[in-house]
Ligand binder design. Structure first.
Ligand code: AQP
Length: 335
């Protein structure tokens, strides 16, 4: 196995829309926990984003925005390798090789493929189908030990583990088999318009999502309109999916437990509770938003971060690729 001083963490976010508090609470906010003790790679996964049609100018802008949000959310580029997936060609190269070690039946079982094919019925492309092998390549390329993700990515991560184990069993130890890191409380933030559905950045219903960059009045309005049941008690119990979701969000932004929240709002109505959730969320996002605005005014800095990140990530990726190429029997061009 490859020698490493520190354990490795890898994760990524697609620049497929303005990020939501689901992306923030389920993933990015947790990334910062690892910076001191782990070797961290955080990627803007633009190659994944094109599995669904993107307008080029929007994709370009969102790639900068996602990188700026990483930094604004507390990821120091000096301590973490922050980079853009398409800047390191080994991701696509390893994905092809791993495609040849992934079964059609395995990919057919992926629930995200089924959901996204239903949403994009006119564009069920091969990339959408093989998305999980590209994700496996992203992770395995860096000999990753741990992957902080929301629960929606758990199935993909299990497939990445299966692919790594399959490759290792054929060719001997090549890849570290990664573990997921999924904090339970924020594993799946639900849509505010339909609490049975995940909050997704590409949701067309603006009332379904709260975006990290929404202004305070918009955040409060969206929470006020959040779909709940017809009752009036703030209780974390089955049958009250909308309220449970709002309680999880409030707990994540305030650090309060579900019991504490129930006590705080005992005898108070949904209206008062929704306003408190909106305010807690807006207050926590305010510093992220002002840092983001500063960063977006300094494109040269963001480009410098991208360039250094690509160089760092590229160096690690080349080491894995040369091992993989040798193991599978590819030849080297002697120049
Ligand atoms: N609602 C959510 N709750 C908790 N975690 C979430 N994540 C996404 N939505 C939630 C986590 O955010 C990380 C980045 O997600 P992604 O950009 O790779 O794509 P996704 O999972 O498909 O997220 P979206 O927002 O639903 O994007 P679109 O709409 O483009 O498909 C992942 O760790 C994910 O688990």
């Amino acid at each position: 196995m490859m020698y490493k001083d520190k354990k490795v963490v890898f994760s990524g976010v697609q620049p497929s829309g303005v990020l939501t508090i689901g992306n923030y609470l389920g993933a990015i906010r947790n990334f910062t926990e690892f910076s001191d003790e782990y070797l961290c790679y955080y990627c803007v996964v633009d190659e994944h984003a094109i599995t669904v049609r993107q307008t080029p100018a929007d994709l370009r802008r969102r790639t900068y925005e996602t990188l700026a949000l990483y930094i604004a959310c507390g990821l120091d580029p000096e301590k973490n390798t922050l980079f853009v997936q398409s800047h390191v060609s080994a991701h696509a190269e390893l994905a092809w090789i791993l495609d040849c070690f992934t079964m059609f039946g395995e990919l057919s079982r992926m629930t995200q493929f089924k959901d996204k094919s239903a949403k994009n019925a006119d564009n069920i492309n091969a990339g959408l189908f093989t998305y999980p092998t590209l994700m496996a390549a992203d992770i395995l390329l860096y000999q990753t030990d741990m992957v902080p993700v929301g629960v929606d990515q758990k199935q993909h991560l299990e497939l990445a583990r299966d692919i790594a184990e399959r490759f290792n069993s054929v060719f001997g130890d090549t890849f570290v088999v990664p573990e997921p890191y999924i904090p339970k409380a924020t594993a799946k933030i639900m849509s505010l318009a339909d609490p049975s559905k995940k909050m997704s950045k590409s949701d067309e219903n603006e009332n379904a999502t709260v975006r990290i960059l929404d202004p305070k009045d918009v955040i409060i309005r969206k929470f006020k309109r959040a779909v709940t049941d017809s009752g009036s008690e703030i209780k974390y119990e089955d049958g009250k999916e909308g309220i449970k979701n709002l309680m999880s969000i409030y707990g994540a932004f305030t650090g309060k437990t579900m019991d504490e929240i129930e006590k705080e709002f005992d005898g108070k109505g949904y209206g008062e509770f929704k306003l408190a959730v909106g305010e807690a969320c807006a207050d926590k996002l305010a510093p992220v938003q002002s840092e983001f605005a500063k960063l977006m005014n300094d494109k040269a800095y963001l480009e410098d971060v991208m360039a250094k990140g690509a160089e760092n990530a590229g160096r690690a990726a080349v080491r894995t690729m040369s091992k993989v190429r040798r193991k599978i029997g590819f030849t080297e061009a002697k120049r």
